[in-house]
Ligand binder design. Sequence first.
Ligand code: ASP
Ligand code: MG
Length: 403
Amino acid sequence: MGIIVQKFGGTSVRNSEAREHAFKHIKNALEEGHQVVVVVSAMGRAGEPYATDTLLSLVDHPKHMLTSREVDMLMSCGEIISSVVFSNELKKMGMTSTALSGAQAGFLTTNDFTNARINKVDPSTLQKYLKTNDVIVVAGFQGEDENGNTTTLGRGGSDTSAVALGAALNADYVDIFTDVDGIKTADPVIVKHAETLEVMTYNEIVHLAYQGSKVLHPRAVEIAMQEKIPIRVRSTYTEDTGTLVTAKKDGLIDRSINDRIVTGIAHVSGLTQIKVEATGDVIDVHDQVFKHLADAGISVDFFNIFAEGITFTVPSDKLEKTKDILGKLQYQFEVVENCAKVSAVGAGIQGVPGVASKVVSSLARQKIKILQSADSHTTIWVLIKEADLEKAVIALHDEFLTE
Ligand code: ASP
Ligand code: MG
């Protein structure tokens, strides 16, 4: 039996009652003969005393006067407090345990404060502690740069800590414990009858994660995919093993789900569509627009380049800056506010005729206007008005995922 990593999210460590459930999973794994490394998030959600958003509210986030290096000093405290409290309770239960910060656990990162990437995990300190402890509890979401500054990995980044640690320790698998029982076919808040998937491929989940499904941090999936570490997304409150995320699902689950063309419906709102009309030199317009937006740090999505101009979306909070830039360039443009993107994701989409037609007709039946679309071998995206979002997610879910 090898090492396993168990990650407990904010709601799973928010109070001693929730942590009781977490301890059961740790005991089970120890009894099975595994060595256990735990990664914790900060305790609870906004409003609870040591949650990340609560810590940020101490400095009038986002209107604070701090550097992002200082913001990271503040945010990293949430996970540190959580790891010490968790370790204390394990000791009270008679286990030997040691809490480590991200830096102490060997996380070396870039210095992109508030959104650092992991360069390396040196597990040697942790391995030393594992020899004399039942459980090591690591503060998720953080590391240090080469100058010893504390960094954080982007919101939701404890998942990434867990998977990176799993890779560095060559763990058998990484369990992500949360307050839902696995990865769903769509957001259960919108689609009441969304099902929990038994198995998903890395490829499917990476697309879902980047398209707005909040269940796993996208970078966690990328690391798992590169390092081929199986992940299970499961509930803290039951023994069910949840959704297994792995390279191939063949033979692992019953055919009825395996044969599905589309595995999940994801959505993102808060987008604005911009249409720039090219009047003069069209090649120059194409070039200038992208160059200036990139220089301003605005990431464009859904872009289509035509001989007549360009259409793209920006996050709505970047609209004013975008208008400014296009105005200064003296281009004509049109703005469509309050848009949302809905995606149908599935490894089975490639080469199957009729998928696009089903997307279009299921939306047409609901009188939903498609403003733009795009596709790849695993995803079909449509841009719609935000007011149509719920109807669109339900329509696509029912078209592809409801028997
Ligand atoms: N506590 C951090 C956040 O709220 C990291 C995490 O929970 O994964 O974003
Ligand atoms: Mg999370």
